[in-house]
Design a protein around this ligand. Sequence first.
Ligand SMILES: Nc1ncnc2c1ncn2[C@@H]1O[C@H](COP(=O)(O)OP(=O)(O)OP(=O)(O)O)[C@@H](O)[C@H]1O
Length: 405
Amino acid sequence: MALESLATPPIHLDGTTLEGGGQLLRLALGLSSLTKKSINITNIRGRRHGGGGLKSQHLTCVQWLGNACNARISDVGLKSKEVTFVPGGKGASTTIDLEVGDVRIHQSTPGSVNLILQAILPFLLFSNANEKIRVRITGGTNVSNSPSYDYITQVLIPMLHLIGLPRIEAELHSRGWSQGSTRLGGVTYTITPVTTKLPAFQLLDRGSIRSVKATILAPKNTEQLFRDELNVMFERRESRIFGTTSIKDPEIDITFEDSHHDKRYYLLLVATTTTGIKLGRDWLYDQGVRAGKLEKIVPTVVKKVSDDLLAEVEHGGCVDEFLRDQLVVFQALAEGRSQVYGGKRKDVLVEPSLHAKTAQWVAQRIVGVEFDAEGGCEGIAFCPGETDEDGDLADSMVQLELTES
Ligand SMILES: Nc1ncnc2c1ncn2[C@@H]1O[C@H](COP(=O)(O)OP(=O)(O)OP(=O)(O)O)[C@@H](O)[C@H]1O
């Protein structure tokens, strides 16, 4: 697509900025689809090894959101390093109405289901559809460096509900893995779109940790070892996790599911506080699994994940590192000043991660919001279905089904 043919030049985003990965692209597409501001992203995933460009998961997001908002999209394919995305204008032709309610997004590789959800969720929540939307996504449910299905259901979904969004329902059809032999899985998320602006939210009061849930997915013959290691860890670290005075008899819950593969080890620890906050840390083990080293894997996984959770607990903030970047888009869209306290280490505020800084930068570039050092931001009071300054949002919220073969 020739850029010269556009009446207003698109907002340019350099894909090497800050984290320079796929999240920059997903968030930019989501905000562009909602606000109908055209964007042009160059050097896509410019900070990633292997030359960057679109991988299958990212291309699926471009295509699906493009269809959903009737965007004109420059020629893109796998490995493309540039995209221009021009959301549809008033009267753009549409095929399937959002109210149909069923969306299927198929990937033929175990690209993360939940990174696709990350890209399309703001659009679906603020779509102005008046019925629930069921989104069935095929791909990986447990993929390294992305939110797992377990993190989404135990941390993201309850936290989105806590900030005032309708509860999302999740149904796991089967697990899809990036470890062991790669395997496709599937999840259906049922999303209830909001009907009004999202009021500003305050996540400032962490409260005390009242329970911790451990979710283990691993080969069946490691169950007892995992349970023993976790029990020892909880005993040793009880006072650091739960504090010494506040909570009597803290709850600890351990669940185990067979991962059906001797190379699939996953552990998620989620701490729940007295104010309903969820802090999660996990690891899908991604090191070598060799005979003679097997007995080291379980203690290594338990140590790493519990160290990471302790670090989240001890900063006293209301979000873990990952949730912080995933809430940025909702702060940007909310009405009024939303604050998210990220905690302190040695009396100094915990800096947002590079992913969180990237999300803040994208939101600033596309919708003009500014984040302060305390994690506060005055949102744009986005109203579902409301027209933007060009006057034509609602007309484009209709094309929904894209099934990649
Ligand atoms: N263990 C985890 N738990 C929860 N969320 C996670 C976890 N690891 C990564 N994430 C989230 O997944 C997203 C990853 O973004 P990133 O840009 O790295 O994505 P990507 O599409 O895999 O890109 P790339 O292949 O370019 O790295 C971020 O929003 C980050 O918070």
